[in-house]
Design a protein around this ligand. Structure first.
Ligand SMILES: [Fe+2]
Length: 265
């Protein structure tokens, strides 16, 4: 995939200086949620002995995967949700990382590999030619271009030393500040005032310019609210998973300063 020069520069500077944070420039591709539930639109993948569904129907790249016992993938991929990003230099993306699944070709023209970061599998995908030629997905290619990835929230019941408590949501969150891929672990108290879907299914979050316009006609999971001054968020349901949208009143690095994310390179 041909990247814009600015994006190329952003990724390169990230990989040259791994302690930096390239999140604003990372190209989101999909999230994958393991499930035991049989879904009507499943497609069987003989190579990996798994059933995949949802991706083609989701403008937000949400895919469900149901694994057969013989699936040769590592156990963590079968149990922990992962996020995938498009990169133009796979080797650089894997450099100095804990590689979980070495590069392989799921289909001609695509190479993928998976690392582990802070307990999460992170997948990278490199396309030899435009993705729209390899995996035509009109819904996605029409919508995703307008979406700016922000974070991936994954429910957990495991306390972590870096957990931060958010009284308003009765939720502990951890990982986001240190994670260059924006993966956040979320542990909910039983009385957390959030939709059940948010407490049980991972959510993908995007920055939008106009929150109100974005959620019109969607299945909204609670009224838009403000987690912090200058930010409004709302959740919708898509393809059985929550999708969060964030609108910032001004540049994010001013509204929500987070050193790890906006550290100068
Ligand atoms: Fe979130």
């Amino acid at each position: 995939m041909k990247m814009q020069p600015s994006l190329e520069r952003g990724l390169r500077s990230f990989f040259v200086k791994p302690e930096g944070n390239s999140m604003p420039e990372l190209t989101y591709h999909h999230i994958c949620i393991p499930t035991n539930v049989v879904r009507p639109d499943e497609e069987y993948n003989e190579q990996f002995k798994l059933y995949a569904s949802g991706y083609s129907q989701s403008p937000y790249g949400i895919e469900w995967m149901r694994f057969e016992p013989e699936c040769p993938l590592p156990e963590i991929v079968k149990t922990v949700p992962h996020i995938g990003f498009v990169v133009d230099d796979l080797e650089a993306a894997l450099s100095d990382k804990e590689v979980l699944v070495a590069p392989l070709n799921p289909v001609d023209g695509v190479t993928t590999a998976t690392i582990i970061y802070n307990g999460s599998p992170i997948e990278f995908l490199r396309f030899d030619r435009p993705e729209s030629e390899i995996w035509p997905h009109e819904l996605k290619h029409r919508t995703m271009q307008k979406l700016t990835y922000h974070h991936f929230g994954v429910p957990t019941s495991t306390p972590r030393p870096e957990d931060q408590y958010m009284p308003k949501y009765k939720t502990y969150a951890s990982g986001y500040l240190e994670n260059p891929y924006g993966v956040e672990w979320m542990r909910f108290e039983p009385s957390a005032p959030l939709h059940e879907l948010v407490k049980t299914v991972p959510h993908i979050a995007f920055v939008v310019d106009n929150l109100e316009a974005t959620i019109v006609g969607k299945e909204v999971l609670g009224e838009p609210n403000s987690p912090s001054k200058g930010i409004t968020v709302a959740m919708i349901a898509d393809n059985g998973a929550p999708v969060e949208f964030l609108q910032f009143e001004g540049p994010e690095f001013e509204v929500w300063p987070r050193d790890a994310k906006f550290r100068p390179r």
